[in-house]
Design a protein around this ligand. Sequence first.
Ligand SMILES: [Zn+2]
Length: 264
Amino acid sequence: MAHELAVAQKVCVRPLVRRVIDQVDGTESKVALPCNSTREDVCPSCADKNRRLRMQQCAEGWHRTDDPERLVLADAETLHQFDDDAGDQVEDEGARRVRSTRRRDDVPDLPRVPCEDRTVGRAFETPDGKIYRPSMFLTLTMPSYGPVKANGTPLDPSSYNYRRAALDALHFPKLVDRFWQHVRGCAGYRVQYFAAVEPQKRLAPHLHAAVRGAIPRSLLRQIMKATYAQVWWPALDRPVYVHRCELAALRHPTQESWPRPAGR
Ligand SMILES: [Zn+2]
C-alpha cells in the first residue's frame, strides 16, 4: 500500500536513509534521499522525474551553439591536473606490472583523436553562407540469431542460437557503455546523447539514441564492429583459474605456504 501511495504522490518508492552530521553543532539526523533511478520498474516516481528532466535538458540544450559555463570545480586547469595525475598513475603501474588489457589481434585499432573540451558538433557551411549543425539518430541492433516469424519466435528452434541471444542480452549494458566510451574516444569531442533501450519482438534489446553532432558513418561502423568483438573476448565458457581457486579454498588464513593438494 505504501508503494502505491508513494507512486500516486510522485515520491520515491525506495528512498535511501542516510545519517547526516551537522558540521557546526555536531548533531546527527536522518535524511531520506531519493533513489534517483532512471528505470520505471525500479522506481516509477524517480524515473518519471528523470524523464522530465531529460526532456527539459533536451529542449533547452540540444540546439545550443556554445557550451554552457562549466562549474568552478571542473575548470580547464583542474581538468588538466586530473589528466596529468592519470598519466602519472599509468606510468607507475607500467613500471611495476604488465597490463592485461590486450586486444584481439584481428580487430582493427580504433583511431584515437585528442578530445576537445566541447559538446557542440561540427558545423557545415553552405556556399551561400548558411551554417548547419546536423545531429544524428542512431539505432543499434544486435545481429541475427536465426530467422524469426512475424511474432518474433524462431522459425526453426533447433538451429536458432538461443545461447548467444541470452548472452548478448546479459552483456548489453556493458556493450552500450563500451560503445559510448569508444565514440567519445574517436569523435574528438564530448559526445552527448539521449537514448532509450527497447526490446525487439525477438526479445533482443536494441538502443535508440539521438546524438548531438555528426559523426562519420564509416567511423561508427568501425566502432560497432570493434565494440562487439571486445565484449566477447576473452571467451567465458572456458574456466582459466579453476586450479588456483581450489588451492585458495584449501589454504588456511594463518598458513603462510600453499598446502600440497591431497593425492599429489
Ligand atoms: Zn526513487
